[in-house]
Ligand binder design. Structure first.
Ligand SMILES: Nc1nc(=O)c2c([nH]1)NC[C@@H]1CN(c3ccc(C(=O)N[C@@H](CCC(=O)O)C(=O)O)cc3)C=[N+]21
Length: 282
């Protein structure tokens, strides 16, 4: 193994400590509400970790757990109540939602000023237009990792593997905003391996365990692995075959301990940003 390990867990801890210091200077506690519907098992860990991190940093955090049978109308009513609650600065509707609820309807119901996931079309549009707004947590976290690790972005060839609304697309926008030359590759891309091999910065966000092999990576490339896949044996792996990739790459994020903890730190960062934008830094 030759690659430098980019320690997202350590960077996230520093960000959370900095947020805690800033929150301590405020006359109010930034309010975060996570709305969870039903029992998606992957969401359980995330919601617990987020709640712990938020409370430790001085946020007023709570999860509203609705039963799986909740109707779309009831979910929208819950969101409307949180939109109207002045103590609530950030609202996150945990995905995936049960199949009988339209995800787009839930996302569009969140007040864009409280949309700490950055998933509302207004915030997605602002990002695409290069305007300030709330940015999705995972791509924001990836940009922090690249900045903290001293990766030069201007003019660099970046390949984003995956085109989801949640990671791939906003990730590409942020890299473009930082003057990278950005390619978005995906499941229909002809010769994915060759596209990836051109990358000086490769961000893998496809949700397929260990799909990116060592020979997909250019020697010395920076590899950011967004995937968090649980194998049947319980082991957590990324979208990148770590050992193979680490033998070739210049730097790489591990799973766990890479992008995942950054997502949570950036959720808190977004919540503080939203709070200060709404209330001022009083
Ligand atoms: N509206 C919405 N926003 C989300 O941001 C969102 C969501 N829904 N639904 C579920 C996914 C998943 N997600 C994770 C974040 C952090 C870790 C994380 O901290 N992972 C640790 C390991 C955790 C473990 O041990 O399982 C790590 O990678 O080191 C995992 C998963 C956010 N999500």
């Amino acid at each position: 193994m030759s690659a430098r390990i980019l320690d997202g867990k350590a960077i996230a801890a520093r960000i959370r400590a900095g947020l805690a210091e800033r929150v301590a200077t405020l006359s109010f506690r930034p309010g975060l509400r996570v709305v969870r519907v039903g029992e998606d098992p992957a969401s359980g860990v995330y919601v617990r970790n987020k709640d712990k991190a938020a409370t430790a940093a001085g946020f007023d955090s709570a999860t509203i757990h609705l039963p799986a049978e909740t109707t779309e109308a009831d979910l929208l009513a819950t969101i409307a109540r949180l939109n109207a609650d002045p103590a609530v600065d950030g609202i996150l509707v945990q995905l995936p939602l049960p199949a009988h609820i339209r995800t787009e309807a839930a996302i569009a119901a969140v007040d864009p000023a409280k949309d700490v996931d950055g998933f509302h079309p207004l915030n997605a549009g602002r990002l695409a237009a290069g305007q300030p707004g709330l940015v999705p947590c995972t791509p924001r976290g990836v940009m922090h990792i690249l900045a903290e690790s001293g990766v030069a972005l201007r003019g660099a060839r970046a390949v984003v593997l995956g085109r989801s609304q949640i990671v791939g697309r906003p990730m590409a926008q942020l890299l473009l905003g930082a003057d990278c030359t950005v390619t978005i590759a995906h499941s229909r891309t002809r010769d994915l391996a060759a596209e990836c091999r051109r990358a000086e910065i490769l961000v893998a966000a496809v949700g397929r365990p260990e799909m990116v092999r060592g020979d997909w990576i250019a020697p010395g490339a920076v590899v950011v692995d967004v995937g968090i896949n649980r194998l049947p044996d319980g082991k957590l792996v990324g979208d990148v075959a770590f050992a193979e990739a680490a033998a070739v790459a210049g730097a790489i994020t591990p799973v766990p301990g890479g992008v995942g903890p950054m997502t949570i730190a950036c959720l808190l960062e977004n919540t503080l940003d939203a709070a200060i934008a709404r209330r001022g830094a009083a």
